[in-house]
Design a protein around this ligand. Structure first.
Ligand code: BES
Ligand code: MN
Ligand code: ZN
Length: 493
């Protein structure tokens, strides 16, 4: 989908659809007043009769009469007061849903006059473009869509002030790039484990680098990882017929001397739990255990589209966690690339085992900051549910920046503690560290485990176990936290 900013057109401007905000106040926006006038007070009548109550996010579809330049009009309620950021996003989402039910190929959006707390015009435009473009995602790879595929191709974001056109165009471009990243992450997440293997993820990474001179991609084999001493990562794939991969992408958009930010994604393409086998019910959802990796690939895609002037390294620790005669057993001790030995008390705590070696590998890039993204713990879902990603960090500034990026992108994270008091839960009688910390504070002790491998740089860990996908009737990948990550990288460019 394309988006462009235009100076508020007169209502003689031809369009497949106008999307117009209607308030519960007496005075309506200019565009609403003009349409009301030319339609014998249609909007006024609709409100008076009670057919349309313009509460926040309510929509009403009008097919218009001859004389109106727009084939259709979607009225969108904005309620009485200024909207919160959350309310604005909800409103935009109801507009996309209504629009996607029509056959419109283009639409004029008159969101300029909608007042939102603490956010400027650019923010509104960026969120709008992101939501409209992202709403077009349909998983059709292995399933024909029953719902009609939306027809919308072009959005025209109407602005009141000519001086704003160029900044709004920039914001729209960012929103579209974020949506492309979100859609890629969702597609990869939704693919089943028999297709989306570590090798498949490596080929997707190579695909991103095709025709993109700023991006280089390589994928280390198990043999290469063995030579690097990645005994921890390899212990996870030991029971699988699928080879593990360490995928490394380097994006050079900045100056040679700029230190890169490093993203590290957990890419467990299926997590059975291994010998510590998971219960059967709902196990299919463990195909989503590579959503950290998917969000890294999605973020790289968005960064390429934005042509961001930064240096970025993206690492994906990809493996399949299976039980078999060759699988790692509870009590086995493995040696990580850092040299620290790990007692694998539970083979289902495999995310930290693949990540720790990738985090050690990250040191060679002399990073400005390292951020790992992982569907790491069920305990994080218990703590924060589906609304916020768990954030852990050894660096205050980095933590603050990520929290702010999450708020701005409406892809929220919440800071969790990484206090020393928790570390002793990882004590082992037989190795330097155990891979589980007992029943208490499971998300925290998982982060504590990672912190043993991230002492040499500023680091943050995003536990996306609750936010990366939805369960139930709407089962599917969300594409989170691509928005948060791209926003953070932009703010740091
Ligand atoms: N991939 C899971 C975490 C997970 C579970 C994410 C459920 C989303 C929903 C991870 O590999 C795992 O199995 N973690 C264990 C750790 C435990 C054995 C210490 C968990 O959370 O139960
Ligand atoms: Mn597991
Ligand atoms: Zn897992």
């Amino acid at each position: 989908m394309k988006f462009q900013a235009k100076l508020n057109p007169a209502i003689s401007q031809k369009s497949d659809c106008y999307i117009i905000p209607i308030t519960e106040d007496k005075t309506q926006s200019d565009i609403a007043q003009q349409i009301d006038k030319t339609s014998n007070g249609l909007i006024t009548k609709l409100i008076k009769s009670g057919d349309f109550k313009p509460s926040k996010g309510a929509t009403f579809l009008l097919t218009t009469q001859a004389g109106c330049a727009a084939e259709r009009i979607i009225l969108i309620g904005t309620g009485k007061n200024t909207l919160t950021a959350e309310e604005f996003i909800k409103l935009v989402n109801s507009a996309t849903q209504q629009l996607n039910k029509t056959a419109a190929k283009n639409a004029h959006l008159f969101f300029d006059s909608i007042p939102v707390d603490d956010h400027d015009e650019s923010w509104k435009a960026q969120q709008t473009a992101k939501a409209f473009a992202a709403s077009l995602y349909r998983y059709t790879t292995l399933k024909k869509s029953e719902a009609p595929i939306p027809t919308i191709k072009t959005g025209i974001y109407c602005v009141a002030d000519k001086k704003h056109v160029s900044v709004i165009n920039t914001a729209l471009k960012v929103g579209i790039a974020q949506a492309a990243g979100i859609s890629l992450a969702r597609e990869l997440g939704d693919l089943p484990g028999n297709i989306c293997t570590p090798t498949y993820l490596a080929s997707e990474a190579r695909k991103l680098a095709r025709n993109e001179p700023k991006l280089s991609t390589k994928a280390l084999t198990e043999k290469q990882m063995f030579e690097l001493g990645m005994g921890s990562l390899l212990s996870v794939s030991a029971g699988s017929n699928q080879d593990a991969k360490l995928i490394v992408m380097e994006y050079s958009g900045g100056k040679k001397s700029d230190q890169p930010t490093v993203l590290v994604g957990k890419g467990v393409t299926f997590d059975t739990g291994g010998i510590s086998l998971k219960p059967g019910s709902g196990m299919d959802e463990m195909k989503f255990d590579m959503c950290g990796a998917a969000s890294v690939l999605g973020t790289v895609k968005a960064i390429i589209e934005m042509e961001l002037a930064i240096n970025l390294v993206a690492i994906i620790a990809a493996a399949e966690n299976m039980p078999s005669g060759g699988a790692t057993k509870p009590g086995d001790v493995v040696t990580s690339m850092s040299g620290q030995t790990i007692e694998v008390l539970n083979t289902d705590a495999e995310g930290r085992l693949v990540l720790c070696d990738a985090l050690t590998y990250a040191e060679r890039f002399k990073p400005k900051a390292v951020i790992d993204i992982a569907t790491l713990t069920g305990a994080c879902v218990v703590a924060l549910g589906a609304h916020a990603t768990g954030l852990y960090s050894n660096n205050e500034e980095l933590a603050e920046q990520l929290l702010a990026a999450g708020t701005s992108a409406q892809d929220k994270a919440w800071r969790m503690p990484l206090w020393d008091e928790y570390q002793s839960q990882l004590d082992s009688n037989f190795a330097d560290i155990a891979n589980i910390g007992g029943p208490k504070a499971g998300s925290v002790t998982a982060a504590c485990f990672l912190s043993r491998f991230t002492k040499n740089y500023a680091w943050a860990h995003l536990d996306i176990a609750g936010t990366a996908w939805l369960s139930g009737g709407e089962k599917g990948s969300t594409g989170r936290p691509v928005s948060l990550l791209t926003q953070y990288l932009m703010q740091n460019a």
